[in-house]
Design a protein around this ligand. Structure first.
Ligand code: SF4
Ligand code: FE
Length: 481
């Protein structure tokens, strides 16, 4: 396994093509805007080196028998699934942001089982391709970016009906030695901090849409792949050298629009190539795993937010008020409900034909459906407890100013024993998680990440089995037919 420092050097030495604010980024590792997101991924390496976290962060590879980072593991049991969620909660607690490495883990587990079943039916050799690839991922301890979401253009039209056929990533050329792909993947979490990118179809494809039913892996710095970094609220505060105003000084997330400008994929890196009947399985399994993931990572960030709200109450002198206590209880209740969903869908998981473990799909979708709601309520309560100062406080520069500083110190003080700076730092952290750069990961990603709410409702409808419930009611009511 790599150390965090070694990981940073591998990214420094890669040739990722990254653009931000209209300019090509020469070195993302030293970019003040991107560095916090790299630090979050680095934490996945750092924590794996700490004996206290060994059980949750590392595991024995089922293919090599070697100790590996859990992020490149293929789940072998429900215990593995549970440990995955525990690992994500831990990292959410330590980074208070999106640490990005889960998408690849979820993609690899979905591809592992889907390629096995596709090969069984079609006589293809995608599972072998994937096993060879997995071995490399584990050996090199790579960060793998999982890429699913296509831009999709007119949502009312199928991929092949779009005015521009590239709005869904597709195969534009089939050659003896591989394929050439063109298209884009949107909202790509962690792309600029990844060694590899694994692409999957964005939805279930139909016969006639073979060019869109494609899955493959490439080095993230392959020629023709470029990333345009997404803006985040308050992102340029990171340029101010002001730890205080950013709220979370060290960690962050990042997303990018990733373009595939006619990129060649060799045969051995292809995991699906035209088998439309397996595209839906791949999408559903990946989405299921990632919906489980949110029952860990968002809960960990929620822990930090609840802690920050409780500190804000302490610093305001409001901690003893019964309504504050009750709001904190409510926040904990909501957060632990999310965790319960993450643990439940894991513990009720089952073995797939390929041998790895899949979560309970209904419970994973219920987990994510709750995630589209509860973090908003937790956020609302945190803002309620924090008070308006979290959005009206002056800047750190004013705080450090010779004339203004003493005024701020005096008039923005809460309880006398707490320095004003501590109060301001906690309020900035709440701002960061609820409205600032980390709000991408905690708020809006809770809504749309791993699929928007309606996507889960479709799955809940499919898995909910209303007919069996009707039969139960009839049996109790003594209705025979
Ligand atoms: Fe991991 Fe959560 Fe970020 Fe997804 S949103 S990559 S599950 S931390
Ligand atoms: Fe996500």
């Amino acid at each position: 396994m790599m150390t965090g420092e070694q990981y940073v050097e591998t990214i420094r030495n890669s040739n990722l093509e990254i653009y931000m604010f209209g300019e090509k980024i020469k070195n993302s590792v030293d970019s003040p805007i991107l560095r916090p997101s790299l630090n979050s991924v680095k934490a996945t390496y750092d924590l794996a080196q700490i004996p206290e976290y060994e059980d949750v962060m590392t595991v024995t590879s089922h293919i090599t028998g070697k100790k590996i980072n859990r992020f490149s593991h293929i789940h072998q049991s429900t215990e593995d699934l549970i440990n995955k969620v525990k690992m994500q909660r831990l990292l959410g607690q330590k980074t208070a942001s999106c640490f990005q490495r889960c998408v690849g883990m979820d993609a690899m587990n979905a591809i592992f089982s889907t390629t096995f079943e596709c090969d069984e039916k079609h006589g293809t050799s995608y599972h072998k391709n994937f096993l060879d690839y997995l071995r490399q991922v584990q050996e090199h301890d790579w960060v793998v970016d999982g890429a699913m979401t296509d831009p999709k253009g007119d949502r009312g039209l199928a991929p092949s009906q779009q005015a521009d056929p590239d709005l869904y990533l597709r195969i534009v050329e089939r050659r003896a030695d591989g394929i050439v792909v063109r298209g884009a993947k949107a909202h790509q979490t962690g792309m600029v901090n990844s060694h590899e990118i694994v692409v999957m179809p964005t939805m279930s494809m139909k016969p006639g849409e073979e060019d869109y039913a494609v899955s493959f892996a490439l080095p993230a710095d392959t020629k023709g792949i470029l990333s345009i970094v997404g803006r985040q609220s308050c992102d340029t505060r990171k340029l101010e050298n002001s730890g205080m105003d950013v709220g979370n000084c060290e960690f962050g997330g990042m997303e990018a629009l990733v373009i595939f400008d006619d990129v060649f994929v060799p045969n051995e890196r292809i995991f699906l190539n035209g088998e439309t009947d397996y595209s839906g399985m791949l999408v559903e399994r990946f989405a299921g795993y990632h919906r489980q993931s949110y029952g860990g990572c968002k809960v960990g960030v929620g822990d930090v937010l609840i802690g920050a709200a409780a500190l804000a109450a302490d610093y305001n002198g409001a901690a003893k008020a019964s309504h504050i206590k009750d709001k904190l209880i409510e926040m904990v209740h909501l957060n632990e409900t999310l965790y319960s969903c993450g643990i439940a869908c894991s513990s009720q998981g089952h073995r797939t034909k390929s041998g790895n473990y899949l979560i309970d799909m209904l419970l994973a979708n219920v987990c994510k459906q709750n995630i589209t709601r509860f973090p908003y309520e937790i956020t609302r309560l945190a803002e309620d407890i924090a008070g308006g100062l979290m959005v009206t406080a002056p800047s750190e520069k004013d705080f450090r100013h010779e004339k203004l500083g003493p005024f701020i110190e005096k008039y923005l003080k809460g309880v006398d024993s707490v320095p004003t700076e501590h109060r301001l730092r906690i309020l900035r952290l709440i701002e960061n998680i609820t409205l600032g750069a980390a709000a991408v990961g905690y708020r809006t990603e809770s809504m749309h990440g791993a699929g928007s709410p309606q996507a889960q409702r479709v799955m809940i409808a499919r898995q909910g089995n209303i007919e069996s419930k009707k039969a139960l009611a009839k049996a109790i009511a003594k209705i025979e037919k």
